[in-house]
Design a protein around this ligand. Structure first.
Ligand code: KG4
Ligand code: ZN
Length: 340
């Protein structure tokens, strides 16, 4: 079974073709970062218009890369939420229409399920059950995962997502959107001893997060200590340490609560080297294992959507012609996958 996957939920147009026997056959990505950089964040209307320009050419490029024609595709998966409504509508409309024209089933994919399953595209895929830490620009969630579609939310951010906190703090440090990866790079030359940022909500039980206070803490630190190059790097380091530590503390709680010894991290922030390192150390101590995708499959991409769509299409799920996208869509509302 060969599935075309289309991702247009935010500022990346991703298209991929996944074959259940041969694996990934094509993977195309166009990032709109430059388009939005002047505005310091994603401008939804510009994002939608750019997806309109890029989606079809990327599908053609993916078919060419895989040396396939339309008749070789057995199903079309598209991101139907959560995300920006206009952006979602582009991929969903193109995907649903192509499936109709090609007379193959279509499947609406949950963007966060795509992220959650992305580590399964790697060589050593995680087995169920596991704890998943989803950390992206819009979400920070801890989930108990007992199978595909069997998700129990253990905790989530009550305000900013981890990626959002990275981006807002990066902006304060004078970095362009999306500043997360650049802040992380800056932190590498920072002194971890100079500043100490709080670890929000770790002094009480529970697995929820709050990251919005950290950007205020960063703003105050900049005001008091200046913003020369080394100070900025020291602040970046203290901020990153605080986020990574906080995520690790809550992951540990989730592992203790569920009794699982596998941890999956996914979403854009799971590309962060300090986070990967910290969680790898923690899991080594616990005699468990941590799983993550290669960096380009941590951030938004078409491969994870093709893969998640394939699992659901194989379970004989499909989406009707009537098109719905869901800017908000709780992960737990997904039906469990029943294998035939
Ligand atoms: O998953 P993603 O590509 O898009 C959403 O679904 O939101 O995540 C993007 C987020 C951005 O906030 C970006 O700054 C952050 O992931 N990010 C990182 C790193 N790479 C991406 N944050 C920290 N360190 C990184 N290396
Ligand atoms: Zn994402």
């Amino acid at each position: 079974m060969r599935i075309l996957g289309i991702e247009t939920s935010c500022d990346e147009t991703g298209v991929a073709i996944y074959d259940d026997q041969q694996g990934l056959l094509a993977d195309q990505l166009y990032s709109q970062i430059k388009l939005h950089a002047d505005y310091g964040g994603v401008v939804p209307e510009l994002a939608s218009r750019d997806h309109v320009r890029k989606t079809v050419p990327l599908i053609q490029a993916a078919l060419k890369q895989a040396n396939l024609i339309a008749a070789d595709i057995d199903g079309v998966a598209f991101t139907a939420g959560p995300g920006l409504v206009g952006a979602l509508l582009v991929g969903a409309t193109v995907g649903r229409s192509l499936a109709l024209a090609w007379n193959v089933p279509a499947i609406a994919v949950h963007h966060m399920e795509g992220h959650l399953l992305a580590p399964m595209l790697e060589e050593n895929p995680p087995q169920f059950p596991f704890v998943a830490l989803l950390v992206s620009g819009g979400h920070t969630q801890l989930i108990s995962v007992t199978g595909v579609g069997q998700y129990q939310l253990l905790g989530e951010s009550i305000d900013d997502a981890a990626g959002e906190a990275f981006d807002k703090t990066a902006k304060l440090l004078g970095l362009d959107y999306p500043g997360g990866p650049m802040l992380s790079k800056m932190a590498e030359r920072g002194d971890g001893e100079r500043f100490h940022f709080p670890r929000p909500m770790t002094d009480r039980p529970g697995m929820d997060f709050s990251f919005s206070g950290l950007k205020t803490f960063a703003a105050n630190t900049i005001r008091q200590s200046g913003d020369d190059g080394q100070t900025k790097a020291d602040i970046a380091r203290a901020f990153e340490d605080a986020v990574v530590d906080t995520l690790a503390i809550k992951c540990r709680r989730a592992l203790e609560e569920t009794g699982f010894n596998r941890l999956v991290i996914a979403g854009g922030v799971s590309a962060n080297r300090a986070l990967r390192h910290k969680l790898a150390e923690m899991m080594k101590q616990r005699k468990g294992e941590v799983f993550y995708a290669r960096p380009e499959f941590c951030t938004d991409n078409g491969a994870m959507i093709a893969y998640a769509g394939m699992i659901r299409l194989k379970a004989e799920e499909s989406s009707p012609l009537e098109l719905t996208v869901r800017p908000r869509w709780p992960l737990e509302q997904l039906p469990p996958v029943v294998y035939y």
